[in-house]
Design a protein around this ligand. Structure first.
Ligand SMILES: [Zn+2]
Length: 484
């Protein structure tokens, strides 16, 4: 009988804390890391010769919309091919649960979850489905504010009444008892933009009793980004909950450079209350297609369109030229649709990524026909482009932003570090070769340089392909594991 199931030998161990890499071995027994350091050859177990490759904790994708993809495409190749071993779902105010039956059609972006089947009335049903049909990655999930509004309001273009808030609070409380991470909002989106700050505070108060978190796609990431940050901090303060600013950015030319203001604001607020943030490494964003937004962009690429499916992957300007109309009119004719917006400055992207508290989150939409390449490329792009090619920060710092920082913020105990007793979520990669390959023209391509990925001690990705193993777990929030 050998002491270990396998031993990775001669790796550059990057432990996730930001500490300098050290050459060493790592042993796994069952689903846990059993030993780290110099491991004698008598211990037994299968040997994986790392030969100078880097071994890091599996990456935690801080911002995802993989709620249904976990069930529909459980190998989740866009993510495991990047070294991602845990995804945080239910963001931007939309989640796969709760979706009550007999409700009117949901507006985008909730419609994408509401239209699919099966529907989950409760988080416990969704989590049970994941337990029964596990994915290749671990996952945790927020409860969407737009789900709550959709559940109790027939028209969402107004503030909720006191009675509606009471009913939403009850549904949210159930979601939290079932193990949802907290509440997410998408106050930018039409389905939630008429919710006043007080409505969100009232709901968020429920969470302080449960030790849950508040994550937000803020009301405004353009001209009013600083007011939106103030609103977010106020919600956190008055409700007594940690806040997470999702995919932080400063959009539109007039706001380029404003991260010089927003990041110090976040830094100051974080001295007084728990504040976290995430970002993705691209200067283009992606969401549903809003005609009134296209004039503010350098370029718009269509990701999907129900009326013109053949438009997916094409520039809006080219489609408009073909149709003989303006970009705005073309955007109207494509509805309902999704788009990629080139609307940020590279300087802001770099400044936000380099901010010490910024976690890496892809915000990828893996089920779209022509997604933003962040769905496949985010983590290797940070490690290959921003670390190796640009020198924005060290490899160890990049890994910290993808592992221990994220695990702590979301209260994922036993994950995000290379230490005995931690879960064996691991990624073995080549720091000299790792790079994203997915681009805006061809976005569904696995990255290079990811050698092997393990989830709970089981190999899920090996030398360019999924192994077919699905060892991911559904991570339910527990009060003991409060994050941020
Ligand atoms: Zn969002």
């Amino acid at each position: 009988m050998s002491e270990y199931d396998f031993v990775v030998r001669g790796a550059r161990l990057i432990d996730g804390t930001g500490a300098p890499a050290v050459l060493g071995d790592l042993a796994v027994r069952g689903d846990r890391i059993a030993a780290v350091g110099e491991i004698g050859s008598g211990a037994g177990g299968r040997v994986i010769d790392a030969d100078g490759l880097a071994l890091a904790p599996g990456f935690i994708d801080a911002h995802c919309h993989d709620d249904r993809a976990l069930l529909d495409t459980p190998l989740l190749e866009p993510k495991i091919s990047q070294g991602v071993t845990t995804v945080i779902n239910g963001n931007c105010g939309v989640s796969i649960a709760p979706l009550l039956s007999g409700r009117p059609a949901a507006r985008a972006p909730l419609g994408a979850f509401a239209a699919g089947s099966p529907r989950y009335e409760r988080f416990s049903d969704y989590f049970a489905a994941l337990d029964a049909n596990p994915a290749a990655v671990n996952s945790a999930c927020f409860c969407g504010h737009s789900n709550l509004r959709h559940a109790v309001m027939d028209a969402v273009d107004r503030p909720a009444t006191a009675d509606e808030i009471r009913r939403m609070t009850a549904i949210l409380g159930q979601a939290l008892r079932d193990g949802a991470l907290g509440l997410s909002t998408g106050l930018y989106y039409p389905a939630a933009s008429s919710a006043p700050t007080d409505e969100v505070i009232a709901l968020a108060r429920t969470m302080s009793r449960h030790g849950a978190l508040y994550a937000t796609h803020m009301r405004d990431e353009e001209d009013h980004v600083t007011e939106s940050l103030e609103e977010t901090f106020r919600i956190g303060r008055e409700a007594g909950v940690p806040v997470i600013v999702s995919h932080h950015k400063c959009m539109s030319r007039a706001n380029h450079g404003r991260s010089k203001i927003t990041l110090p604001m976040i830094e100051r607020a974080a001295r007084e209350q728990p504040v976290a943030l995430d970002a993705y490494p691209y200067r283009a964003s992606s969401t549903v297609l809003f005609p009134d937004r296209v004039a503010k962009c350098d370029r718009v690429v269509i990701t999907w369109s129900e009326t013109m499916p053949q438009a997916a992957g094409r520039d809006l300007a080219d489609i408009a030229a073909e149709l003989g109309c303006s970009d705005v009119e073309a955007a109207r004719r494509l509805q309902p649709a999704g788009a990629i917006y080139f609307q940020m400055s590279e300087d802001d992207v770099r400044r936000i990524l380099a901010f010490p508290d910024t976690m890496i989150g892809s915000d990828g939409i893996v089920f779209e026909p022509h997604p933003h390449p962040r769905a496949w490329g985010t983590f290797p792009r940070v490690l290959g482009h921003y670390v190796r090619e640009v020198g924005l920060f060290s490899l160890e710092e990049a890994v910290r932003k993808m592992t221990s920082l994220t695990a702590r913020r979301f209260g994922l105990s036993g994950r995000g570090a290379l230490a005995p007793g931690c879960y064996a979520d691991l990624v073995l990669f080549d720091p000299a070769r790792i790079i994203d390959v997915a681009d805006f023209a061809d976005p569904c391509r696995p990255s290079e340089g990811i050698e092997q990925v393990f989830v709970n001690g089981v190999p899920v990705w090996s030398r360019g392909a999924a192994t077919g193993q699905r060892s991911g777990r559904c991570l339910r929030r527990s009060v003991a594991s409060r994050g941020v």
